[in-house]
Design a protein around this ligand. Structure first.
Ligand code: 5AD
Length: 346
């Protein structure tokens, strides 16, 4: 039987084995983890150097029809503050972000069914005003026609985490009106339409086992997404899952490192959840293979309302105002901001 160190070396050669990944995630000690992170960092530097892509994140609405049991924006949460940015407010946020140097705008929001035309219009305007910038949408499950409308309007990328590749686990996280099969169909549709597609999941969500994470890894290997977003589960007190404990930062970092080794070219953020879970989370994420950060550029008055989990960071180096701070922090580990569009390399 291989040692854990040997398993890490095999992953670093891009070799995947289900049983070995299970053992690594279950048994790795501090020293094995460090080795894994070093290998992931090397893999990342080989493809992307020491640059970190930045994406301007605009949280366009906190309205949502979804019922995800973990998320503070779920429709059933009557305590959530609901807001909606106007087209003008979204465009203004992007204009400021563009001036600050951003060349990707991410329009993220709760899932709504009544703004498809408005979003298409905003995308068209952004692509006309800033032809050298990419537009990423993250607006949940939509009919294929809507994804097509937005793609035709010029959207380049779409983030829709698969949340869990294991149907029984997915069903524990979501109400029956959100079947696992539909999520998978949406992701397939996005890929067919030519979006650079992002998937991902929380680490340590209620009911999740290491087997589930390995299933997630296998799903991602089969889908070959352009982007993978992973962060620890963070309890939100106004949700049915508010009483569960937060996900492990170490397990999150290990999964990030494994994704980097098995999919070296993937775009992978050090997520806000990771930065919110632990002070050093963002930098540790980069040292485990992440190559993207997504500073918040939402107008400040709205940020607190986008409470998908408790204590979510939206200021400091998680924000556009903190871009200098981010640059300073990155410099302490020998990294720098890369302001280019940052598409997935071919
Ligand atoms: N903790 C961590 N991540 C969360 N998300 C939603 N709620 C939480 C939470 N409580 C993640 C989900 C979703 C994305 C918008 O944020 O994975 O896809």
């Amino acid at each position: 039987m291989r040692t854990l160190d040997e398993i890490v070396e095999r992953l670093a050669e891009g070799k995947y084995c289900r049983e070995e990944l299970l053992r690594l995630l279950t048994e790795a000690d501090e020293q094995v983890r460090q080795r894994l992170y070093e290998r992931a960092q090397a893999a990342r530097e080989k493809v992307f150097g020491r640059g970190v892509y930045v994406r301007a994140l605009v949280e366009v609405t906190s309205r949502c029809r979804g019922g995800c049991y973990y998320c503070g924006l779920r429709a059933e949460n009557l305590r959530a503050h609901r807001y909606e940015l106007s087209a003008e407010e979204i465009l203004a946020s992007c204009r400021v972000a563009y001036s600050a140097g951003f060349r990707t705008f991410v329009l993220q929001g709760g899932e709504v069914g009544d703004r498809a035309e408005m979003v298409a219009d905003v995308v068209r305007k952004l692509k006309a005003s800033y032809p050298d910038a990419a537009v990423t949408l993250s607006l949940g499950e939509q009919p294929k026609e809507v994804y097509e409308l937005w793609r035709r309007a010029g959207a380049d990328r779409y983030l829709l985490r698969h949340e869990s590749a294991t149907e029984e686990h997915y069903a524990k996280l979501h109400p029956a009106r959100q079947p696992w099969s539909r999520r998978r169909e949406c992701i397939a549709a996005l890929q067919t339409l030519g979006y650079q597609t992002g998937v991902g999941m929380m680490i340590g969500s209620p009911g999740q086992t290491v087997e589930h994470l390995v299933n997630d890894m296998e799903y991602m290997l089969s889908v070959q997404p352009a982007m993978v977003g992973m962060g620890p589960f963070m309890p939100q007190s106004d949700t049915p899952m508010g009483g569960f404990k937060k996900g492990s930062v170490e397990l999150t970092l290990m999964m990030m490192a494994v994704v980097r080794l098995l999919m070296p070219k993937v775009l992978m953020p050090a997520t806000t959840a990771l930065a919110s879970a632990e002070e050093s989370g963002r930098l540790r994420g980069i040292q485990a293979g992440a190559n993207v950060v997504m500073p918040n550029v939402t107008p400040q008055d709205y940020r607190a309302a986008y409470a998908i989990y408790d204590n979510k960071k939206s200021l400091g180096s998680e924000s556009m105002e903190g871009l200098d701070q981010l640059a300073t922090e990155l410099a302490t580990i020998g990294y720098h901001i890369d302001f280019s569009r940052g598409d997935k390399p071919l």
